[in-house]
Design a protein around this ligand. Sequence first.
Ligand SMILES: *[C@@H]1O[C@H](CO)[C@@H](O)[C@H](O)[C@H]1NC(C)=O
Ligand SMILES: *[C@@H]1O[C@H](CO)[C@@H](O)[C@H](O)[C@H]1NC(C)=O
Ligand SMILES: *[C@@H]1O[C@H](CO)[C@@H](O)[C@H](O)[C@H]1NC(C)=O
Ligand SMILES: *[C@@H]1O[C@H](CO)[C@@H](O)[C@H](O)[C@H]1NC(C)=O
Ligand SMILES: *[C@@H]1O[C@H](CO)[C@@H](O)[C@H](O)[C@H]1NC(C)=O
Ligand SMILES: *[C@@H]1O[C@H](CO)[C@@H](O)[C@H](O)[C@H]1NC(C)=O
Length: 383
Amino acid sequence: MSLIGRFLVFKTAKILPTLLIFAAMVIVYCLTHKKMLHSTWTLSSLRSTWRQKTLCLQAAESSEHQGKYECKDYSPKMSGKCHVLELFTRIDPTARHYDSEIICDQASSNFDLICRLHLKQIGLQSQQSTICCLDKVDKVPRIVYYVIFGVYQFRLVHYISLRATSRFIAPSAIYVVGDQHPTGKWWRKVLAEVQGVRFLFREIPGNISGLPADIKHLSDIVRLQLLYMNGGIYLDTDTVVLTDLQPLLEHNLTLGLVDNSTGMGNAFIMAKRGNDFIEEWYSHYTKYNKSNYYWNSLQIPQQMWLKNPRRVHMVDKIYRPNWFESELLFNKSGYPWRNNYAVHVWSAPNYPVPEHIKEITSANTTIAEIFRYVLYEDLSTRI
Ligand SMILES: *[C@@H]1O[C@H](CO)[C@@H](O)[C@H](O)[C@H]1NC(C)=O
Ligand SMILES: *[C@@H]1O[C@H](CO)[C@@H](O)[C@H](O)[C@H]1NC(C)=O
Ligand SMILES: *[C@@H]1O[C@H](CO)[C@@H](O)[C@H](O)[C@H]1NC(C)=O
Ligand SMILES: *[C@@H]1O[C@H](CO)[C@@H](O)[C@H](O)[C@H]1NC(C)=O
Ligand SMILES: *[C@@H]1O[C@H](CO)[C@@H](O)[C@H](O)[C@H]1NC(C)=O
Ligand SMILES: *[C@@H]1O[C@H](CO)[C@@H](O)[C@H](O)[C@H]1NC(C)=O
């Protein structure tokens, strides 16, 4: 071996331990880093669970709530061999996710079932809880659902929607149902300011009747499941209610038409528990047609209603201004929205939805007026 060769072997032998130590340090760094990430994640989910527990306990202890709802022994309506879960899983196998012990037990007809599922998820004993009692079973319960799947960053309009729900409906609970917690500062503001908000984890359905599905349609079937199982009020996150919905609680089912050619709207649905129209609508997803985007979700219910109009209490003034009337909502003022039950904040490319409070404080537009009304209880512009 040449002198240079021997020199190299000598040098490598000297460097090798250093290299090994360096490699070990890299491995240790990666491991601790991973552990740090992991513990941050656990901490934040713990914090959120803890927060939800506190809110639930506060609600349970508030005497106002206890006086209002009693767990009366109503005649069982949904008992038997748990028809509900059989119906659901035919189209969506992930509906097994709903706990059959809770959904189908003896007491189920007197309870807000989603509340019991929620309490179980956060580790509170649900059976003995009085906070899950229904106020009445012969009416639409004041329980509101939003369904969100996937990564969901809350925006100003979503915050406004939840603020309006809380203010005008005064629900016993608002369930945000999804496969992951929403994110963003507007969601944090919701948690801080809106009473009775509960996140319910729901596995995302893999398909509809075995066919790959659009994510929008996955939310469509889950909202029908929630309403059929529990009754209540479903709202899209961009639907803003504008009045108390008291007069509508008497009806079996309340819907509104988007327009004759688009079909029935499903951004605002009020239904009593176990409603037969909801059941039939849901059952049509056994013949899911993905290529016709509006078919199962908007056109089937429209046809069902046209066939027998008495089954649905129809209201207009939910979807107006319509998606083809964005001008009236975003760039003009003077639309008589005070007669509406709700407004659907359709987004369209040339009509941006306000994203910041400063965009609504002084704008002379219908949307700004509505947002000011929800937040400040008056319509006037502010400086
Ligand atoms: C549909 O989804 C369910 C639940 O996620 C899954 O078990 C099943 O294999 C899926 N079916 C098809 C045909 O992809
Ligand atoms: C929509 O259809 C209903 C029922 O067929 C009808 O009463 C109504 O006039 C129609 N509206 C429009 C705008 O075409
Ligand atoms: C789905 O809808 C499309 C468009 O309306 C139609 O051409 C097709 O035949 C429908 N498919 C099924 C299976 O109904
Ligand atoms: C409401 O639902 C009940 C129970 O299913 C039914 O008996 C009643 O006829 C329905 N009312 C209307 C107006 O359809
Ligand atoms: C509507 O108003 C927004 C600003 O508020 C503007 O960006 C947009 O271009 C307007 N759209 C039309 C079609 O005038
Ligand atoms: C707002 O705009 C309308 C026209 O859309 C106008 O009539 C009204 O005077 C304006 N209001 C204010 C306060 O500028």
